[in-house]
Design a binder for this molecule. Sequence first.
Ligand SMILES: [Zn+2]
Length: 128
Amino acid sequence: MRAPARPTRCAVCGREARGFGYCHHLRPDRFPQYRFCSMRCLDAGAALANRNNGMIDKTTMETQAIKDARRTLAETLTELGLMAPFHDRKAEDIDRIIEACIDGFRDSMQRQAAARRADNDLNDPIPF
Ligand SMILES: [Zn+2]
């Protein structure tokens, strides 16, 4: 049985990549190769790489994305009437909640993708 291939993650959003790729100047010997889930992420990733010598600085992007997600979390907490306990919390506490949700979501997606691949391998009619 083949070892299940590791899922490739989108270089922008972290979802499972789906056949969209980018390499600066089409030179994989000089620049990293990135995979993306969609044309939207490919366009965003290519624009970032073009501005940064072929590299996508994911750490900066993730930090900004978590900061941006504070607003939607606050809106949802307000809609549910749950904002009061969070109102005086530090930004780092709010970011921990957001990161915990993202980590749980990603871990589940990776587990499900690996299980699906293992299932496909077992059902593969060609035994090698
Ligand atoms: Zn993506």
